[in-house]
Design a protein around this ligand. Structure first.
Ligand code: SF4
Length: 414
């Protein structure tokens, strides 16, 4: 096959992979330098980033093995009834591309997903073969993330975990009802069964490696999943409960939320408009509250409106604090750490520093000010040696005082 056709297929299959959020950075403005003005682009596809356990950012070649698919998921541009340009790589071609990009220092690893061609087993075999070529023939030590196919045989999914650093299985939609309606070829129980086996395999491999130094690794970077937001009627409360259940049941490393984006040639059962991107952002913040701030899913759900959705103008932690004002103000010199995590504007690091500092001295408002980007947000919810909010905490207009202006989007504020 000529190199130009490789380039054509690369363009198609890298573009087709951009809808997968599992390792993407999203939510930013669209910019490019195609007109010859400026440098850089936020719109490109083909390379995404993942984070290693030590915090290193790793660039990954992000492509599909093929965008042919025998399934017909309504939300997917690659579904069999879609009128999109199709392309396909062989496992050897993907391995060769990975190695040549790696040698040029463009990437440090591979994120490989695929449409389902011929059968789930055939596709999974091809993906595993690609990872095998990289690991065994090229002795590739870089990062590999394989998207696995829950309908494939358990043995094949297991083999994927032996070669990959991370495996992921998409739950796709937050509710079984939504999955049955929008992805009729998929089965929620099959997806959960595959996640469960992967979780057991990961735990077993960790246990073996503790006992035997040379025991095989199995997906050492764990498993993750993705949920599409806004394609069905699931509320934020539904999504938060589902995500929390997945973390607890299957020990997932991450749940990624992907705001449904209208696709070319869209199915009539889909909404015409994408949900606001800030909704995806609020879900990431609520995910953060559950994983790092000790909130239960039910508590995050208490911050939602009567339709079960999180407010878009303020972050979920502030929404919760405004709803449960009787919890505040908290004395930063005495309150337990887990309660301080609930103060809007105080992150985990700030709370750690407060707890460490108050062993040696009594904290004043200016000490807290040094630990937060927004003292205005913190003040109504805390007491210090020289500050009490008195009636500020209960003011009827507190929400409007604290809501950021409409154009501001607070990245990872918690
Ligand atoms: S299985 Fe569904 S989501 Fe995956 S590529 Fe095929 S149509 Fe798209």
């Amino acid at each position: 096959m000529s190199s130009s056709s490789i380039m054509d297929r690369l363009a198609i299959l890298a573009d087709a992979a951009k809808y997968d959020a599992s390792c993407a950075s999203s939510g930013t403005a669209r910019r490019n330098s195609l007109g010859g003005k400026g440098i850089g682009s936020t719109e490109g596809m083909g390379i995404c980033h993942a984070y290693a356990p030590d915090g290193r950012c790793i660039s990954l070649l992000k492509i599909l093995l093929t965008n042919h698919c025998i399934f017909d998921c309504h939300y997917c541009v690659n579904r069999k009834s879609s009128n999109t340009r199709r392309a396909r790589f062989t496992p050897q071609e993907v391995a060769d591309l990975t190695i040549s990009f790696y040698r040029r220092n463009y990437i440090e690893g591979l994120f490989l997903s695929s449409g389902i061609v011929k059968s789930s087993n055939h596709t999974m075999e091809q993906m595993v073969e690609c990872a095998r070529i990289l690991r065994e023939e090229h002795e590739f030590r870089g990062y590999i993330h394989l998207k696995t196919i829950p309908e494939a045989d358990a043995e094949l999914v297991h083999r994927a975990g032996l070669f990959a650093d991370r495996v992921s299985i998409n739950v796709e939609l937050p509710t079984d009802r939504g999955l049955a309606r929008l992805a009729p070829d998929k089965d929620a129980r099959q997806i959960e069964g595959a996640m469960n086996r992967t979780s057991t395999d990961i735990a077993a491999a960790r246990d073996s490696r503790r006992r035997f130094r040379h025991a095989p690794r199995f997906a050492p970077a764990g498993q993750s999943t993705q949920m599409i937001v806004g394609a069905d009627r699931a509320s934020d409360a539904d999504i938060v409960h589902r995500a929390s259940g997945l973390y607890t049941q299957f020990g997932l490393r991450r749940v990624y939320y992907s705001a449904f984006s209208p696709i070319p040639d869209a199915s009539a059962v889909l909404p015409l408009k994408r949900p606001p991107l800030v909704r995806e952002h609020r879900l990431y913040q609520s995910d953060w509250l559950i994983r790092f701030y000790g909130f239960r899913a039910a508590e995050v759900a208490e911050a939602t409106d009567d339709k079960g959705n999180l407010p878009l103008d303020i972050d979920p932690k502030l929404a919760w604090a405004l709803k449960f004002r009787e919890t505040f103000p908290l004395d930063v010199n005495r309150a337990p750490r887990e309660l301080l995590y609930r103060v809007p504007g105080l992150g985990v690091t700030a709370v750690d520093r407060i707890v460490a500092a108050r062993r040696h001295r009594t904290l004043r408002l200016e000490d807290v000010a040094r630990l937060t980007v927004s003292l205005a947000k913190v003040r109504p919810f805390i007491c210090t040696a020289d500050w009490r909010p008195t009636r500020l905490t209960d003011r009827a207009d507190l929400r409007s005082l604290l809501a950021p202006r409409a154009e501001q989007l607070e990245l990872f504020a918690a």
